[in-house]
Structures are given as C-alpha cells and as structure tokens.
Design a binder for this molecule. Structure first.
Ligand code: GLA
Length: 405
C-alpha cells in the first residue's frame, strides 16, 4: 500500500513537473507585447499610474491589437520585512500588489514586475540575490505574469548561473511567469538565454533619439540596430533577442523616426514594450503602435528575426521571412538627406530564405508588394520598387505570392 501511494505520488509529481516546464517553454511563442513604466516615468511609479495605464491600454485599442503586459519597472519595492519578504512601497501602492494584479487581470491584461539579480536594483532598491525562491513565490501569490530581471550590483556572479537560479525559482513558484533577462548583452545572453528566459536584452539602455550615444552607453535607435547584426540566429519562438523597449511617443524623435523605430523592431521580432504615456497619445502615435500590418510582421508565427541583407551605406535593406512563404522588407534611409530608392527585386539571392525554409522564391514566383504604412498595394516584384525616402525614413513592405499570375 505504502509503495502504491509513493509510486502514485512520484508519477503525479513527474507529470506536474513536466506540465510546468512545458508551459514555461510555451509562454512566449511570439515576441511579448506590452507596456513598461521605465522609459517615461522612471522611479515615479504608483498604483494610480499603473491602473490608469491599464485603462488606457484598453481604451486606446492596444489590448485588442495584441499588447498584453503592464510591467512596473524599478522602484516599486522599498524594503524586506523581518521574514525577508519583499515589501512594495505602501505609500505608492497602498492597496498592495495583489489588488493591483487583480485590477490588471480584470481588464484582460497581464501583470509584470521588475527585480534584479544583484543585491540591489539599479536604483538601489532591494534586489533578489539570496531571495530568489522567496521572491518568486511572492510574485506567484501576487499574481505576477512577467518578470524583468536586471543585472546591477551583480557582485561578480556568473551571469548564466544567476539567471538560471531565478529560472529555477520561477519554475518552482507554481505560476507561469515570462522571464525577461536584462543583462544588457554583457555576457552574450543570446548564447545561453534560450531555455533560461524568454527574452534577453542585447544592449545597454535605449535613449529617445534616433542617432546618438548618451550618458553611460545609452544608445539611439540606429546604434541599437547596429548591434543586432549576427544575433538573428539565436531568436525563435519562445526565445527572443530584446533590443530594449520602445521610445515611441516620448517626444525626442520625429514621427518619421518613430515609424522607423517601430518598423525596425517589428523586423527584428523584438518584444514590443511601449514606454510612453498611454493616457495622452495623439493619433500620430497610436497610428504607429496600433499598425496591424507592422504588428503582423512582428508577431509572425514563424518567429524569424529579420537581418540586414544589403548595406549600401546610408541605405540598408532588411529582410524577414514570414509564414506562408511571405517576406517583409524594410528599406532604411539612415542619413539626414533624402534617398532615391530604385530596387530591382531580381538582385535578391535566395540563400537566407532557404535557411528559413518558408518557400519564399523570387525567381519562381511573382509577389504583390504592400506598403505597410500606407496599407496599399504598390506593385509587384516584376517591376523595380521606386520611392523617395525622407531622412531617417523606412519603407516597410510585405511580399505575398500572387497565385495563378
Ligand atoms: C537598467 C535597465 C533599464 C531599467 C533600469 C531601472 O538600466 O537596463 O531598462 O530597468 O535599470 O533602474
């Protein structure tokens, strides 16, 4: 009898463990989409702000467009109690994290928090070092669905081991939680992140500028883009390179530049974490973050990360294989001068697409070309693609095979 019970118990725990790990693998089949407080609000986070942002995500149509996570970045935590449990700032979050999570869930959204693998976060709040399992259990009790885990004050730890510990803690906490590794690319997380987290930052922090390097390595859109080349092979369903959150709508760039920022992040299969004030978005910004054609490129289920295919200097051509034999092309004008584009599709090689194995074949098929910002068909691949690209503009198009031409 005793043996039967322990055998049943063993079988049950095996099954539970297996289903928990399967669900971890399946938590981010396409790049996560949501909003994070850091880029716009820094440490100025509060319960009312986060609730208003959840409301705005629904009202703006972002939830219905696929944005899901509302993530509080640094500064929500204030101390640990005598039992070592992490304490949310009671002045800023008077109803507590469980109530806030319930509110966010009631809107059909998911809730994310931030912590750090070091002993203190980048803003000097308590980190998770030494408390990983306790913190993960606390997140599960609160109803957390997403954890961004930073790398300040790492105290010489081995990065892979540190993130693996938190991975194990999340696996054991009893709740599926997306794990966002924020280690800035210092220890090549693309080489070990798959299986530990669902996404990993590849660079230092983004800044709200198109072409710049600011402060301690803060990077503009182009500077981040340039660091993605070669990383495409590491991304795929469930595991994504993260070139950092969006700056769209924060005021430092032109609308053209913000469109380009979005086009490129969609091409890169990057997580789309808005970083602006969702409560006060003009139409020019919602038109960007809600663009269904661009989002479809980002969320394509093939999970292929676009790569730089041709580099003409100021003009670059980026390509992303899509499911169903389609492909997205992004023609990027990096310069502050207009550029005349006259592109012969037949110049294209096929090598990379045969790797993607999606059946894309420019020599065999004729493709309809759709401009994903005007949402209009602009020709076929039998003709050259001609356009005038404004400074910092990107032309984002989708090629779909024309059956029975
Ligand atoms: C680091 C991260 C940022 C943000 C801040 C918060 O700089 O890279 O994304 O989370 O910490 O302090």
């Amino acid at each position: 009898m005793k043996n039967t019970i322990s055998l049943t118990f063993l079988l049950l725990s095996c099954c539970l463990a297996e289903s928990a790990s399967q669900s971890f693998e399946q938590l981010a089949p396409t790049p996560p989409m949501g909003w994070n407080s850091w880029n716009k609000f820094g440490c100025n986070v509060s319960e009312s702000l986060i609730k208003e942002m959840a409301d705005a995500m629904v009202k703006s149509g972002m939830r219905d467009a696929g944005y899901q996570y509302i993530v509080i970045d640094d500064c929500w935590q204030i101390s640990r109690d005598s039992a070592g449990s992490i304490v949310a700032d009671p002045e800023r979050f008077p109803s507590g994290m469980r109530a806030l999570a319930d509110y966010i869930h009631s809107k059909g959204l998911k809730f994310g928090l931030y912590s750090c693998a070091g002993s203190a976060t980048c803003q000097g709040r308590p980190g998770s070092r030494g408390y990983q399992f306790q913190d993960a259990r606390q997140y599960a009790v609160w109803g957390v669905d997403y954890l961004k885990y930073d790398w300040c004050n790492d105290e010489g730890q081995d990065a892979k081991a540190a993130y693996k510990t938190m991975h194990e803690a999340l696996q054991a906490c009893g709740r599926p939680i997306v794990f966002s590794i924020c280690e800035w690319g210092d220890n090549k997380p693309w080489e070990w992140g798959n299986g530990i987290g669902h996404l990993w930052r590849t660079t230092a922090d983004i800044r709200d500028c198109f072409d710049c390097t600011i402060n301690w390595g803060g990077l503009g859109v182009l500077q981040i883009l340039d660091k993605q080349t070669g990383l495409e092979e590491y991304a795929g369903p469930g595991h994504w390179n993260d070139p950092d959150m969006l700056e769209i709508g924060n005021g430092g760039q032109t609308i053209t530049e913000y469109r380009t920022h979005f086009s490129l992040w969609c091409m890169l299969a990057a997580p789309l974490m808005a970083g602006n004030d969702l409560r006060s978005m003009p139409d020019s910004i919602t038109d960007i973050v809600l663009n269904p054609d661009a989002i479809a490129v980002n969320q394509d289920t093939l999970g292929y990360q676009g790569f730089k295919f041709i580099d003409y200097g100021d003009l670059e051509v980026w390509v992303k294989a899509l499911s169903g034999g389609d492909a997205a092309f992004c023609f990027l004008n990096r310069s502050s001068q207009p550029v005349d584009l006259n592109f012969n599709w037949k110049k294209m090689g096929l090598y990379h697409f045969s790797i993607a194995g999606n059946g894309f074949n420019l020599w065999k098929n004729n493709y309809a070309v759709k401009d994903l910002w005007s949402h209009k068909q602009i020709g076929t691949t039998k003709e050259n693609l001609t356009a005038k690209l404004a400074p910092h503009e990107a032309l984002l198009v989708r090629l779909s095979v024309i059956r029975n031409p």
